[in-house]
Design a binder for this molecule. Structure first.
Ligand code: N01
Length: 541
């Protein structure tokens, strides 16, 4: 703790000013009337959308489902004019939400949490930040699922004299027009970035390790009639998400199996999805077995492979862009990604064929000896996801046990919210939470946290803690739901495979049984007075 400085006491300290922090603040301050504040490392509100300002950043969820849930007032004010929303619009929306609910004074920006320790005597959390210390009865960590950048350790990277930027720390002053840009990473971020940057780059080179499947986004403006209809039916739509698996705003009732239809019909269905656009349309509105049946997966993968070869003019470039692994990562959509490789100012280097050997002051050298001269290197290399957001923090719970010790075999939690040994600490989007559209998940978790805290506020100094048995049972629930998922077999950030040395345990870090099932579990727990929890009431209370 900071010596000699005063400690600010609050009922609840929320860490992170993205969707999660704002939703938690709305519940804890707006509904329960607690003295709750949000601290945030960045200089503005928006979380993920504050940091990821790279050109082309876009949400790929149907926009009417990409909002703070349960905020019907906001829904009526918000003019989401397009099918998918761009990062600046999302930042404006969250800023507006904060002002609309008169919450601005509850945010302390440019304040980074460094450590948090549970004090058993007072049953409170002592939180250490770079701007002073806090004492809070409740600690809510809304750190984001994807917030800790992955910066690979390329040999000689520090020699490079050009600009190096990670897409999740995008600088305001970078003008890419006319520049020689090298991009490492072609996940959702890299694909969005390259498609946009190729419009003005002097030359853009994609240094690609693994080719990925991508389908057209087909972003477009909503018609005034569509917009009016969304507003008129907003209550129904939000109610609907408690009955669906993913909550991305598409039709998820599809039970059709890939091989239940003829080849011609199958092709027509893929073609319909390709033309409608959107990753979840392609993966969830076509057939129901894409992520569980290897042959079905291969059928969809082949369709996209054929599309790539029909779009990309140069056969060798098309070959390099064509994925061979299963179509089982977090799906991607684009606004003309494969098309940019037909432009004279865009080229592709397959790092499978010619890996990077080292950097020089002018660029990078690949194993064929070629020096690729660059002005700007863009690292679209993703994140140390989920528990990665927590690993750099010093969080100590009951009995002096740290979170890193508790998670030494991999992250553990209940519903991505609570952890055994960490009383009165609640995560938003922590590990072992639902794999769904995030705003609905955030809303459900924030409401649940509100109910758990409401059950305690009248008992002075009481704390609530997940039992060890319930934590283990939840991991088993997550493991069971993951059985048979092809996602498990294809390495990606979803299971930590993207971070060298990240410990692999029996994967249980996502709950994939669906939003409907998650909501039912959360409600059952709260309706039955939190049977998975122990409430500790100090004898003096
Ligand atoms: O990160 P990623 P992301 N050498 O991990 C490459 C969400 N999101 O930021 O495939 C060379 O997917 C790596 O290569 P490989 C969304 O959930 C949403 O793109 O491991 N390359 C890969 O190409 C998404 O899934 C939206 O071989 C290296 C890339 O870097 C998640 O964020 C938009 C490397 C990382 O891809 C993460 O997406 C953007 C190395 N040493 C993001 N290390 C929307 O809503 C890594 N790579 C649309």
């Amino acid at each position: 703790m900071n010596e000699g400085t005063s400690i600010r006491k609050v009922d609840a300290l929320i860490v992170g000013a993205g969707f999660g922090g704002i939703a938690a603040l709305r519940t804890l301050h707006g509904e329960l009337g607690l003295d709750a504040i949000v601290i945030e490392k960045g200089s503005g509100i928006g979380g993920t959308w504050f940091w990821n300002r790279y050109p082309g950043a876009l949400s790929d969820t149907e926009s009417f489902m990409y909002q703070l849930p349960f905020e019907h007032e906001l829904y009526q004010r918000t003019e989401w004019n397009t099918r998918y929303v761009q990062a600046p619009d999302i930042r404006r929306y969250l800023e507006d939400a904060v002002d609309h609910f008169d919450l601005r004074s509850r945010f302390q920006l440019e304040t980074e949490m460094r450590a948090a320790t549970f004090d058993e005597a007072s049953q409170t959390w002592l939180i250490h930040t770079d701007k002073g210390d806090f004492e809070a009865r409740f600690l809510i960590t809304a750190l984001g699922l994807l917030s800790r950048m992955n910066v690979p350790n390329f040999p000689g990277l520090d020699q490079f004299q050009g600009r190096i930027v990670h897409t999740a720390a995008w600088p305001e002053d970078l003008d890419l027009a006319g520049q020689r840009i090298g991009v490492i990473g072609n996940g959702s971020t890299g694909v969005q970035f390259m498609t946009e940057a190729a419009k003005t780059a002097g030359h853009l080179t994609s240094f690609q390790r693994t080719p990925q499947y991508s389908v057209p986004a087909r972003n477009r403006s909503w018609t005034p009639e569509e917009l009016a209809a969304f507003k008129a039916t907003c209550q129904d739509r939000w109610d609907e998400f408690s009955r669906v698996k993913l909550g991305f705003g598409i039709n998820e009732e599809n039970e059709r199996k890939t091989f239940s239809v003829s080849e011609e019909e199958r092709e027509a269905i893929y073609e319909w999805a390709w033309n409608k656009g959107g990753p979840y349309t392609f993966c969830n509105e076509t057939f129901s077995d894409l992520t569980t049946d290897r042959a079905a997966n291969e059928e969809a993968a082949n369709f996209i492979r054929r599309k790539i070869s029909s779009i990309v003019n140069d056969p060798e470039t098309a070959r390099k862009l064509t994925p061979w692994e299963m179509f089982a990562r977090r799906p991607i959509c684009d606004s003309g990604y494969f098309e940019i490789f037909n432009q004279p100012n865009v080229s592709l280097v397959s790092l499978r064929d010619t890996p990077i050997t080292h950097f020089t002051e002018n660029g990078l050298v690949t194993s064929d000896g070629q020096l690729h001269e660059l002005d700007v290197l863009v690292l679209a290399t993703g994140f140390d996801a989920q528990d990665g957001s927590y690993r750099g923090l010093d969080i100590t719970g009951r009995d002096g046990r740290t979170l890193n010790e508790h998670w030494s075999e991999g992250p553990r939690s209940h519903m991505g919210i609570t952890v055994n040994g960490f009383p009165n600490m609640f995560m938003v989007l922590g590990p072992c939470g639902p794999f769904v559209n995030l705003p609905p998940a955030i809303g459900v978790q924030a409401k649940w946290i509100g109910r758990a805290i409401a059950s305690l506020v009248d008992i002075p100094a009481a704390s609530i803690e997940l039992t060890a048995e319930s934590e283990e049972a939840w991991l088993q629930t997550c493991r069971n739901a993951l059985q048979g998922s092809l996602y498990l077999e294809t390495g990606s950030w979803l299971f930590g495979n993207n971070i060298p040395g990240k410990r692999q345990v029996t994967p249980s870090n996502f709950f994939v049984a669906g939003l409907d099932s998650f909501i039912a579990t959360a409600n059952t727990e709260a309706d039955n007075d939190f049977p998975s929890y122990h409430v500790h009431v100090p004898s003096t209370a």
